[in-house]
Design a protein around this ligand. Structure first.
Ligand SMILES: [Zn+2]
Length: 452
């Protein structure tokens, strides 16, 4: 049996092969120990990727463009989604490199705990379950309606099953017991006396549902999100309930795909995220639960330097976002027009318009939503910025400001009107400076009245 010392030796040996790995990717290292960045998110024109001896540590790298660095394992995770921690690191990532470099290593000789063995088997069962999903004509027709191509269906391994019974039978014939499958939420129960979550599992694996695999941060399928294709079910989505390998903090769709980026777009569900992917936005994340939890905030804060919430135009969305804005580091929000969500907005207007929306709302979100309520100066600043926009778009921005600040849209509209003259602006400023939260509506009205 390999001792711990041996594992450390193997890891060190692999780390030293960083230059060899880069060469194998076709990235030649120049005399200054620089090469073009191999990360897919960086179209590097001049070599900005520094190799080896960064900070005096052999086997490290740093990209001056991406402003991130690490060792060979971090690079392989960013580039190829190879797990860089946990049991999968020992059973997938290390063998990948030891084979590449001809370093002797046998993962079976590594001692696994009972829990690690369980998770390992669970991942294998989920992989098998994912392989059983098939793209049927119904799935294809439904996907096309959403604007998704076959490539996207394949990229996310989306499909459906013939029936729950058939699906279960195939897994059982692969050696999995129903009891084990129930533990990891793949098997359920039809009996009405059983807990709802078991009945939901049964309903999830149906030919009438489009089944979307949900992966953890290391890329392992650990759950499913099943969408009703008939539009007749009382349950539009059924998501896998948490289990040992699918914890609440990791219940985010496409976290594994977005984790390579500094910025993440937070969307409501898997559908929004896949539509965003279809439009070239690869760093969108879907919240599978009804709200973002403390666990989610921790996950998002530890992986992204900027988090952009996409809020649908429904009333209360801004209020809902307040907690999120207060809990996230460097948060931004895109407020979508009334009655649209990222999915519908992207399909109607395309990615460019969506990203424009981000740019236009960026100025507003330099001020946090929760600050609006505290500062009349900021509302005024906002009004000034809106005034500078194309008048055709004024109403659109006023509605955003109204939602974010809680001020009535009519009041804001009148305030903006009042700002059309310099005198009115002066008056408004003075009034706003004195105003209390309760008085703001009144004062804005007064300033408008005094102008006319
Ligand atoms: Zn780079």
């Amino acid at each position: 049996m390999a001792s711990k010392q041996n594992i450390d030796d193997i890891i060190t040996q692999v780390k030293r092969r960083l230059p060899q790995y880069l060469e194998s990717l076709g990235h030649h290292i120049n005399g200054n120990n620089m090469t073009k960045c191999p990360l897919p998110t960086h179209a590097d024109k001049n070599p900005s990727f520094s190799v080896g001896g960064v900070g005096g540590r052999e086997g490290t790298w740093y990209c001056h463009g991406c402003q991130r660095g690490g060792d060979i394992f971090v690079l392989a995770n960013l580039r190829e989604n190879l797990p860089y921690r946990g049991q999968e690191f020992l059973t997938e990532t290390l063998p990948y490199f030891t084979t590449m470099f001809g370093i002797p290593y046998d993962p079976d000789q590594i001692d696994m705990s009972k829990e690690q063995k369980f998770i390992h088997s669970a991942h294998k069962a989920y992989r098998k379950a994912t392989q059983l999903l098939k793209i049927t004509p119904a799935v294809r027709e439904y996907a096309y309606k959403l604007g998704w191509t076959d490539d996207t269906l394949h990229a996310f391994h989306i499909g459906t099953v013939n029936s729950y019974e058939d699906f279960l039978q195939r897994l059982k014939s692969d050696g999995y017991t129903e009891n084990f499958l129930r533990t990891i939420r793949i098997a359920g129960n039809t009996r009405a006396s059983k807990p709802l979550k078991e009945q939901y599992v049964y309903r999830m694996f149906s030919s009438t549902r489009m089944i979307i695999p949900v992966r953890n941060i290391n890329g392992h399928v650990v759950g499913f999100s099943a969408r009703d294709m008939t539009n007749e079910s009382d349950l539009r989505y059924i998501n896998t309930y948490t289990w040992e390998g699918f914890q609440k903090r990791e219940m985010l769709f496409n976290l594994n795909g977005a984790v390579h980026c500094d910025t993440a777009y937070i969307m409501e569900g898997a559908t929004d995220v896949i539509t965003a992917y279809e439009h070239g936005i690869r760093n969108a994340i879907g919240v599978l639960t009804s709200t973002l939890s403390k666990d989610h905030f921790e996950t998002l804060n530890s992986h992204f330097t900027k988090t952009i919430l996409t809020l649908d135009g429904e009333a209360g969305a801004a209020k809902h976002a307040q907690k999120a804005m207060a809990s996230l580091q460097n948060p931004r929000a895109i407020l979508l027009p009334q009655d649209s969500d990222p999915d519908s907005y992207l399909r109607e207007h395309g990615a460019e318009a969506f990203l424009d929306l981000e740019e236009l709302t960026e100025m507003a979100h330099e001020i946090r939503i929760d600050d609006y309520r505290q500062s009349r100066e900021k509302i005024l600043m906002w009004l000034e910025q809106i005034q500078a926009q194309n008048p055709v778009e004024h109403d659109y921005y006023l509605r955003h400001l109204s939602e974010a600040s809680g001020a009535a849209i009519d009041t804001l509209r009148q305030g903006l009107w009042a700002m059309q003259t310099r005198q009115a602006t002066k008056t408004l400023k003075a009034l706003l400076r004195q105003a209390t939260d309760q008085q703001i509506h009144l004062n804005l009205n007064l300033s408008y009245s005094s102008k006319s």
